[in-house]
Design a protein around this ligand. Sequence first.
Ligand SMILES: Cc1cc2nc3c(=O)[nH]c(=O)nc-3n(C[C@H](O)[C@H](O)[C@H](O)COP(=O)(O)OP(=O)(O)OC[C@H]3O[C@@H](n4cnc5c(N)ncnc54)[C@H](O)[C@@H]3O)c2cc1C
Length: 801
Amino acid sequence: MKSHYRVVVIGGGVVGASVLYHLAKFGWDDVCLLERSILTAGSSWHAAGGIHALNADPNIAALQAYTIDLLPEIEKESGQSIGLHMTGGLTMAGTPDRWEWLQSAYRTFQSIGIEDCRLVTPEEAHELCPIMSPDGLLGGMWADREGYVDTTGTVQAYAIAAKKRGASVFEHTKVEALEQTKDGWRVITDKGVVTCEHVVNAGGLWAKQLGRMAGIELPVAPLKHHYLISDTIPQLEELDFEVPMTVDLEGFTYLRQDQKGVLLGIYEIDHEHWALDGAPWDYGMELFQEQTDRIENELILGFERYPALQEVGVKTWVNGAFTFSPDGNPLVGPVRGKPGYWCACAVMAGFLQGGGVGKSLAEWMIHGEPEADVFGMDVARYGKFAENRQFIRETTGQFYTRRFVMTYPNEQLPAGRPLKKASAYDAMSAAGARWGASYGLEMPLYFAPEGFEETPTLKRSNAFDLVAAECKATREAAGLLDISGFSRFEVSGPGAEAWLDRIMASKLPKPGRAKLAPMLSPTGKLKGDLTVFNWGDGTWWIMGSYYLREWHMRWFDDHMDDGVTVTDIADATVGFSVSGPNACKIMEAVTQDDIATLPFMGCGTFDIGMLRCKVGRLSVAGELGYEIHCSAAEHITLRETLLAAGAAHGIKEIGFNALLSLRLEKSFGIWSAEFTQGYTAAQTGMDRWIDWSKDFVGKAAAEAERAGSGPAQVLVTLEVDAKDADASGYEPIWRDGEKVGFVTSGGYGHTTGKSLAMGMVNQNCAAEGTELTMHVVGVERGATVIAASPYDPAGNAMRGT
Ligand SMILES: Cc1cc2nc3c(=O)[nH]c(=O)nc-3n(C[C@H](O)[C@H](O)[C@H](O)COP(=O)(O)OP(=O)(O)OC[C@H]3O[C@@H](n4cnc5c(N)ncnc54)[C@H](O)[C@@H]3O)c2cc1C
């Protein structure tokens, strides 16, 4: 072992080996992997090795598809057999809702380019998997690229291929401590000290401790997981093909062939955590005793679905542990405040996702950002709120148990909630608020009468009329919305203005003004759809999406200048917005200041009732609107003040569901839908806010795009000929049977009376009036490109003109 490497990867499971391979493949060969035992000695050796395409998050599904395609490549490159059995795979649905979801998911797959799937009837599925009983099944999805691998062979193949490209692997080398230096990290092992520029936590079951060695509390927890391997099944001996990797969604099981028997894996409803603070250091290649009582119900379902199992014995039980994050997706990427420390952990399906994780992380380390939008697995999607053990226990447990359970888009899951509540939470709950959670904060979705229960559905829900009434009130009178769930960063110091001018692509607002500000990466990709406020006293605010708080702080830190202080004030500063034609009258009733002359996009400090608040005149709803910011302790009073003054002007409390509908009617994009780090400013129309006369991060790339022939796809607004369901996102868009784009977001425009969607389509399909189709919950619907902003296209309402 040398005394210095550019990168030290800690952990020789499938994830660490893949990271090592990708670093070497992309040209960084001064890299080594340290493994405390032998390669695979964590979760990897006893995994079922299953690989399947389906994932509810399309970006993660795309990374899974990458991994599956990579597997034969690493086998060839390394010369090491990975025992790949590409049997194809089935995912089966046994309830009408689930079947509807599969049909919809099938279309999403088409959208993201996974084309080798098809829907099958229960009879077809039975032919493909003759040991499966089709009883009670309504349909399924077949995918060509599914199957299983030999787990040890796969890890070895990554490692051998990495070594062939110059990387080193050291087994029996335990990392005992990490120390940050000015140039990187000192890695203290039981075999001596190694220094490096970058260290990667690929510690799997020990990722928690490897985080703590660097002062980081990662939201990751191991859970136990069972599978059994059956004795030989005579029926399989008679087949001249292997049965496919089969997932029975209602049965909580997956099955694959194992020689002439099968492997049946179970996602236990009655889940069990293990070693919440990370596996013990002396944990070897051990298994836990099987706990058949705990999995009895799922076993019964499994034995009914595959009756042949009732006739043969169990050859082997495996009860092992692997790790989960709160949402089940990996924790990948750099950690704020720890330069050179990278995560590649909480990968719950390493054989399926490890390739994509390794590729993305290696690109990130080498080029500064991954090629794909990997926010779904970025470690920065969590913040301090997710460090708590009970939060981690509840959320990881919920994910595990619901691994095969469908979550409806309008369904709110209970684990880890309520965690953060704005002060007016109780008062709003008493007024009927129904809540969703984002980044730990409860946010009002809509208001409902006592006893109302929303039905989980893929289609329009029974809350449709409630949301419609909130939209109508906003357009005709005024809507009051709790906007505690926006991020707020205060920027101050002598260098504040120059720094903002450099990192934001737009002009900066003059004192007393706010401005929409795209933020770009050096490659011209979007890093934020932010609003910058110039309060006129040397302080500035940046406002954006609440759940991007850690993500944006990491970006700000990484691009910091001397003389600038950026403080995340979103826990301390909360607020309400008032939007609608009566908004100004309501504001005039609560302030003695001259609010009526505050111009559109103006901002300043106002006395509101007894409070002194910061106020901005802007509105995501596209109305005459004010965003009013107060301290957390003033939240209740601000609500009472505005409600009291608004009573005479038809004010109605609204939730974010109404706001989403109202903003769609204005064709206002939102982050994670129309705007992501996968798109450029020109693709999304954000370039209209760019100030080309100044220098800013990403300018060269944005200019190059501007000088070219334009992006291949652009953002459009569509009116959808929908019936009982609206588009939601990732639905494919077609013209004459050819896929020409996909939906970024959709919903019902309650005050325009139209089902609307926004989508990325090929340039030649973007003209107003173009007739297209799209799949909405699996059903093909007509869709016409319409002019942006079907509500108030001239913006008169918003400007108050
Ligand atoms: C029963 C079961 C079935 C599964 N089935 C599947 C499946 O079908 N498909 C699938 O994709 N996934 C499956 N998984 C999950 C899969 O096993 C994991 O996703 C994968 O193994 C995670 O790999 P990893 O590299 O992140 O972690 P690990 O395999 O845990 O590797 C981490 C490595 O880091 C080393 N390490 C930790 N700390 C240190 C230190 N301080 N110094 C040096 N080395 C250290 C450990 O010794 C270990 O080798 C299954 C898991 C179980 C338990």
